[in-house]
Design a protein around this ligand. Structure first.
Ligand code: NDP
Length: 484
């Protein structure tokens, strides 16, 4: 392993975000039927700050009996909620958006404390985008016919929603905003390691005076998710997470009259042609793979460089990686925060070890890491063969695997040589080339001369083992309605 680029020539002063105004409860219960209630089993688990390994709060763990109660509450609330004039329903969704804005600072800090992501990202990306999704779908509530080709629509009913730990609040917003706008009631399960912002969102639902039972939040582990998926009272499941669990959910729901959308993993190609603006491309590569520590389903984890510029791009990228600041997620200068959990760190380490064993060349930035917490320094692999595990499997960490190509056709072929199909980036000066390459790629989202741009008006979703169904935009309404 090569590890150069140690100390920076100059240092930033610490710029920590203040946390003294954050009042986390010692214990959080389940949010069912508009009220907080303890779990039937009496089980609580701590949620940990991954940057310090300190517990933040005790979290109730929902079991099968709690899933039963939450689904019953959602079922009970459904008739009145779906019959509410659409304009009124939209006002509730709008109010949630406004309350997210009002509590934006608190939500951003709690997201960074619970999940390890840099405050710059939770403050500037996660929370504003979460609010934007509620605003956007609030606007659709009374215009559903226009979004769905003028056809009459009915809500699906009670929807079960399972979200991962990489964008906890934002994924909850992606799921709840269209569901509510379309007149569904919901039971949402946040990830085990990041339940806090979903629970604050439950408080926001209360503040918005959302009718009881319309939104129910059940923290818990995989078994809670499995119970929700298998509950016969659920009319639609929306899941974001690993391909493995997605397949389990698909099998568990087979044969049932149930709507299903799966947003799963990815191994997205970021393709740089020799006519690209290389400095700009390097910024896009960094954003593509180091944003949120690489815990991003559409991360540009396979970097495909045209051979004639490969050495130059690698050199520029390596230099840029040495300037990334890894450390305290609450420091406003931090670029790369903590790995979300000890388990995820182990997964990253195992795949990186496999990369070295299989003969790829590893370079990891040698930066000072905090003594406690879960950390992985930005890492670059070259000499990667397409069959290596680091070229095939989702690492979900700050690790980029570089491969090269000679022709446009070879770039497209290599980009598509994956079981996934979530996203891709194309860096070129020529619009015609970008369009031609995009037409050849099997990926749900393709960015040209940029990466990781999200907007509530744009549909997002995958092909192949990246799942099916779209979230965002008018297309994101479709999974939440029955069209007659
Ligand atoms: P999972 O797919 O296990 O977790 C996603 C969500 O599903 C969590 O809320 C989880 O609960 C829940 N869940 C777990 N098992 C089941 C089940 N059998 N039925 C229903 N719900 C279930 O992802 P991991 O957290 O284990 O991460 C593993 C890998 O998955 C990562 O390394 C990454 O490669 C990939 N991943 C991809 C994501 C994406 O956005 N596409 C997001 C997260 C992970 P709990 O947290 O309590 O286990």
């Amino acid at each position: 392993m090569t590890a150069t680029r140690t100390a920076l020539a100059w240092e930033y002063s610490p710029a920590p975000e203040a946390t003294d105004h954050i009042r986390l409860g010692e214990r959080y219960e389940l949010f069912v039927d508009g009220a907080w209630r303890p779990p039937e089993s009496g089980a609580y688990e701590p949620t940990i700050n991954p940057a310090t390994e300190e517990p933040l709060a005790e979290i109730a763990q929902a079991g099968a009996a709690d899933v039963e109660a939450a689904v019953a509450a959602a079922r009970e609330a459904l008739p009145r909620w779906r019959r509410l004039p659409a304009l009124e329903r939209g006002k509730y969704v709008f109010r949630i958006a406004r309350l997210i804005q009002e509590r934006a600072r608190e939500l951003a800090i709690v997201e960074s404390l619970d999940g390890g992501k840099p405050i710059r990202e939770s403050r500037d990306v996660d929370v504003p985008l979460a609010a934007a999704h509620f605003f956007y779908y609030a606007g659709w509530a009374d215009k559903l016919r226009y979004g769905l080709a003028g056809r009459a629509v009915e809500p699906m009913g009670v929807v079960g929603q399972i979200v991962p730990w990489n964008f906890p609040l934002l994924m909850a917003a992606w799921k709840l905003a269209p569901a509510l706008a379309c007149g569904n009631t919901a039971v949402l399960k946040p990830a085990e390691t990041t339940p806090l912002t979903a629970l604050l969102l439950a408080e926001i639902c209360q503040e918005a005076e959302l009718p009881a039972g319309v939104v129910n939040i059940l923290p818990g582990d995989g078994s809670t998710g499995a119970a929700l998926v298998r509950h016969p009272g659920i009319d639609k499941i929306a899941f974001t997470g690993s391909t493995e669990v997605g397949k389990d959910i698909q099998a568990a729901t087979a044969g049932r009259d149930i709507g299903l959308t799966l947003e799963l993993g990815g191994k997205s190609a970021n393709i740089v042609f020799d006519d690209a603006a290389l400095d700009q491309a390097v910024e896009g590569i960094v954003n593509g793979i180091f944003f949120n520590q690489g815990h991003v389903c559409c991360a540009g984890s396979r970097l495909l460089l045209q051979e004639s510029v490969a050495d130059e791009v690698i050199e520029k990228l390596w230099r840029r990686m040495g300037l990334l600041r890894v450390g305290d997620p609450l420091d406003k200068n931090t670029d790369v925060g903590a790995i979300n959990s000890a388990e995820q760190l182990q997964r990253i380490e195992a795949l990186v070890d496999a990369g070295e064993r299989e003969g790829a060349t590893r370079r990891t930035v040698a930066c000072r890491l905090p003594d406690r917490g879960y950390w992985f320094a930005p890492t670059l692999f070259t000499d990667v063969a397409p069959v290596n595990r680091i070229a095939v499997e989702e690492i979900f960490g700050p690790v980029v695997s570089v491969m090269t190509f000679r022709t446009q056709a070879e770039a497209v072929e290599k980009a598509n040589a994956t079981a996934y199909g979530l996203a891709a980036g194309v860096w070129t000066d020529k619009g015609s080339r970008a369009l031609a390459v995009a037409r050849g790629l099997k990926a749900g989202t393709i960015w040209q001369n940029t990466y990781n741009q999200f907007d509530p008006t744009s549909p997002f979703g995958g092909y192949k083992e990246s799942g099916f169904g779209r979230e965002g935009g008018a297309a994101g309404l479709r999974p939440y309605v029955r069209v007659s």
